[in-house]
Ligand binder design. Structure first.
Ligand code: ZN
Length: 64
């Protein structure tokens, strides 16, 4: 009788619901990948950099 069954906890990725084994290999646990981790953190939603303030036109007329 060989009872060397290792119990591996399977987690579900919060982003894509994939099965993620709770092991040291899974760096991005409970996420399946770094991508899903970034998505959850909202890093991908911050893609647009809004620059507030319209540049006013300054007429520099130099009359000699
Ligand atoms: Zn995922």
């Amino acid at each position: 009788m060989s009872g060397t069954e290792e119990t591996v906890i399977i987690m579900a990725c919060p982003t894509c619901r994939r099965s993620v084994p709770w092991r040291e290999e899974s760096r991005y646990r409970p996420f399946c990948s770094e991508r899903c981790k970034l998505i959850d953190l909202g890093a991908w939603a911050d893609e647009s950099h809004r620059i507030a303030g319209d540049s006013a036109y300054d007429d520099l007329s130099s009359e000699g």
